[in-house]
Design a protein around this ligand. Sequence first.
Ligand SMILES: CC(C)(COP(=O)(O)OP(=O)(O)OC[C@H]1O[C@@H](n2cnc3c(N)ncnc32)[C@H](O)[C@@H]1OP(=O)(O)O)[C@@H](O)C(=O)NCCC(=O)NCCS
Length: 207
Amino acid sequence: MSTEQADRALHAEPPPTIAGGEGATVRLRAWRDADREPFAALNADPEVMEHFPAPLAREQSGAMVDRIVAHHAEHGYGLWALEVDGRFAGFVGLSTASFPAPFTPAVEVGWRLARWAWGRGAASTAARRVLRAAPGFGIEEVLSFTATSNARSAAVMERIGMVRDPDGDFEHPRVPEGSPLRRHVLYRWRSTGADAGDTAGRIPGGE
Ligand SMILES: CC(C)(COP(=O)(O)OP(=O)(O)OC[C@H]1O[C@@H](n2cnc3c(N)ncnc32)[C@H](O)[C@@H]1OP(=O)(O)O)[C@@H](O)C(=O)NCCC(=O)NCCS
């Protein structure tokens, strides 16, 4: 799938209204330059980055956007920019995991939202849409993992129907040895084919 097709795909569905969210809407779309500033702000927030080794400096945040955009160009899918009520709120999407582990290479679903966007179901609403779209990108299995301390992230995995792999706990090789954040839990999701009609052309993206 081309980037343009992927872009059209994520726009193909009308944005869902979050139940109980006072009409808040969730939209996944391609990244814009204007997202860099609010993304740097959330990456610098110690509460958002509590379960990562450290908050990101502005240059690190910018380099991450560059990597995300390059990933979209290479694979036709990636971490999409998330809008909540029309405001950039972070990302939800897919990325390839290639660090050494028994379950890699794999495709991971992930999320990172600004603090103001938590507690409204926005991450799970968007992540469910991403899982529905995964088969359209040729992806039948999606994994997710997080530090054992990150209960909020694991709760999203449970909410969207992912299943914890009881034998999957692992030490993340990109987290320094000795850090309490190194131990991770692993969740899995496999397409049942039930969403076969919701395939290519059903994920966020372009302008
Ligand atoms: C992980 C993270 C995305 C979870 O966000 P979240 O808002 O808690 O997740 P959800 O979108 O599933 O929302 C669930 C919350 O919204 C509430 N909610 C309101 N309306 C809802 C709806 N229609 N559907 C579901 N939940 C709803 C739920 O009650 C729950 O609130 P609570 O946790 O206060 O009880 C967020 O904490 C985050 O970005 N953290 C920092 C980055 C991070 O750690 N990323 C993961 C790395 S692996």
